[in-house]
Write a protein that binds this ligand. Structure first.
Ligand SMILES: [Zn+2]
Length: 299
């Protein structure tokens, strides 16, 4: 029986979002690998694309669209968006509007989903930016990252003690500590009520922002948080890839109604990390209790 909605999202940014300069990176080839894995598991995904890439890789963007995936936006040139002045916001809006038209020319569709570079951190929710996106026809957004305690036990951080998480109080306390910023500043249902904020943190669901955009929180971490920030040609190694896959599946099992997998192309599609996506999708498909959704394609 289907009980859970899942969204697979790629922060599709290529060199724009990569912290490494001067590396050799073949975005179309990596894209082909991602599309092959998605097809193998019959999964449709969202490619949050830095919209400058619509111009740089038109054929690759068309290929993604034709394979049945949703093309969204991940900034224009992977810029920080939390602290723009009015004139910077105007100029961003101009670039974005032109890019939206270009995507429509390439695929027949305007983008509907938006994930900010750096998740619009450290604020995550910025009303002026949300209003701008709503005015431009976006319908959903995905910036609210919830950190889970399991991430602390990344192989290079804490070598022991993860079994402590099974004690009833430890996990909630760590969850609160890791997400203090969200608890203090972003209370989606009631801006005065900490209890409501906690409820949304511990049982995350999509919710409507005042600007009319549906916020789909990040329920599992971006995998660069879990494999470090390796160069594309570097292997992460078995301890990291095993850990990453297990963390994704643990987060999945803790999220009975709604879940997402969030990965940048240049990490998950390269070296020994593609297998993580392949294995996680295989495990989820095998359980057969979830459906993969595309929020912007429902329109
Ligand atoms: Zn990014």
């Amino acid at each position: 029986m289907i009980t859970r909605d899942i969204i697979v999202t790629f922060d599709y940014e290529g060199l724009w979002g990569m912290p490494h300069v001067g590396v050799d990176y073949d975005l179309p080839a990596v894209t082909d690998q991602l599309l092959t894995v998605l097809k193998r598991h019959q999964v449709s995904a969202v490619f949050f694309t830095s919209s400058k890439l619509y111009y740089d890789y038109p054929q690759t963007i068309q290929k993604i669209h034709q394979a049945g995936h949703e093309v969204g936006v991940h900034g224009h040139a992977h810029e920080h968006l939390h602290n723009l002045s009015q004139s910077e916001r105007d100029s961003f809006a101009q670039d974005l509007e032109a890019a939206c038209k270009e995507l429509e020319r390439l695929t027949g569709r305007r983008p509907r989903g938006f994930r900010a570079p750096y998740l619009m951190g450290p604020l995550f929710y910025v009303p002026k930016m949300y209003q701008l996106l709503a005015d431009m026809g976006f319908t959903w957004i995905s910036n609210r990252e919830i950190r889970t305690p399991e991430e602390l036990w990344r192989p290079d951080r804490l070598p022991f003690g993860i079994s402590m998480l099974k004690f009833p109080l430890v996990r909630p306390l760590l969850l609160a500590a890791l997400n203090l910023g969200l608890l203090r500043h972003d209370r989606p249902t009631d801006h005065q009520n900490l209890v409501a904020a906690w409820r949304w943190l511990s049982r995350p669901q999509p919710f409507q922002r005042p600007e009319g955009l549906m916020e789909h929180p990040l329920v599992s971490p971006l995998d660069c948080d879990m494999v470090g920030f390796p160069k594309p040609d570097q292997a992460s190694g078995r301890s990291f890839t095993d850990f990453t896959r297990q963390t994704i599946l643990d987060d999945y099992h803790r999220s009975p109604l709604y879940f997402n997998i969030n990965v940048p192309d240049w990490i998950i599609g390269t070296s020994d990390r593609l297998q993580v996506l392949d294995d996680a999708l295989a495990a989820i498909r095998q359980e057969g209790t979830s459906r993969f959704i595309l929020p912007g394609r429902a329109l």
